[in-house]
Design a protein. Sequence first.
Lengths: 107, 408
Amino acid sequence: MKKFVLLCFLATSTLLAQMEKPIEMPYVEYPMIKGDHDEVAQQYCLICHSWGYILNQGKKSRPYWNGTVQKMVNEFKAPIPKEDQQTIIDYLVKHYGYEAKAGQSGH
Amino acid sequence: MKHLNRRHFLGAGLLLGASTLLGKPLPDKPIAIPEEYKPPIIAFPEKKPMVTISDRPPLLKSARGRDIYTQAITPNDEFFVRWHLPDIPTHIDLKEFRLEVNGAVTTPLSLSIDDLKTTFDPVEITAVMQCGGNSRKYYAVTGQATHGVQWDHGAMGCAVWKGVRLKDILTRAGLKESAQWIGLNGLEKPAMEETPDFFREMALKEALEEQIIVAYGMNGEDLPYLNGFPIRLVIPGHFADSWVKMLSNIMVMDSYRNSFFMDVAYTVPDNDCECVVSGSDFEYKRKPIASMKVKSVIGYPSEESVIKKGSRIKISGVAFDQGKGIKEVMISLDSGKSWSAAKLGHDLGKYAFRMWSYEWETKTKGNYTIMARAINRIGNIQPMADEIGWNAGGYQYNGVDSVSVKIV
């Protein structure tokens, strides 16, 4: 029992800052809906961020996803060719969004 | 019946004004909060298992939900995490690490953590750190859902920060007469060279304020790695976007430099109400978010709490503002029809969480909506959720918090 407590203490103390060794970051495989060229979204979106960014925004409109992909290209310099941008937008709208209703702006 | 107070009237006027300005029609029915994705709960280095909104860059919030706001100091291992760029060093060698202070200074500095700890006066300050997008999902309750990750109240916490005054560092470096701004950069890097750095700027006048510190300690320990080890900037009263983590460079500048993270991200409409008609897109003139808004969050009970008829419960939570200090927290048990004052807890300083509590004897079964509304010492009061001014980025939400409970 004593040994066990000691081991626990050691395990905890190595975690307390002043870290000698590199940290190990967990990897999370966020679910992506298959089909409609999910591999294109995977190829480009996941360069910079996890799929959690998409899942945790809730369903969004076509203008929203269009604007978001444009932001990634124009502001964050994501190297996505034009035709692939459209593929990603269509994929996001179909599986993580909705077509905007007439007369509704933004999202 | 809700009474129409002056503030309500003023807010409505500004909203209307904004809508005319933008030539936007008023939006039709708000869209309800869509069904939410439930992120996994995972333990990251030095952290308890936390709700993992993203692993790369890491976005983590406490798995305890509201319960974390039943205490004034947020434990380090449950403190929220929000990075912006995917490439975070996985190791910091303190023998190598230096904070570089350069630009428009007479003596550029290269400071080790040891230099910071031993050659400057240490200071401590208890302060709330809150992400600009905290609570943004509640904009969707009364208006359109906003851009961005739909945070609940999980992107905030309060800690005792220990470090060195930014002013003292700048004074040692010696400011040139031309100095007007400071630029701040940390060690997080983008995946591609072309992506803008997470570069933040602050007017020099503001940077010299007493309460701003370069912190190496948090709640009596080193900063947790994911909260910015070995040092981060702490700007009490301000939203967390400029509390740069793994701070490695302070550059004193003669003029402001345009950058994505200052001019585009973390901005609100540049008008008096900092708001536009719900559902607008980013077609407005913007300004960076800065001072926090008076806010209170209910820690207990939560929607999941089981409350028995005849029991005596203690409704509790936290309140804070931009540093003026909390004057009063009002509680309603009837969806905002009537209000009574909560009891305020210890004052841990004007930038800290102020605990509050309210005893409630549950006499009859049924559904109740509990609300908490804070007022600060200069009379800023939280807007009701359906009166809050909307912005597309979903920043600085401070609508009156509410929890619906069932007495059984």
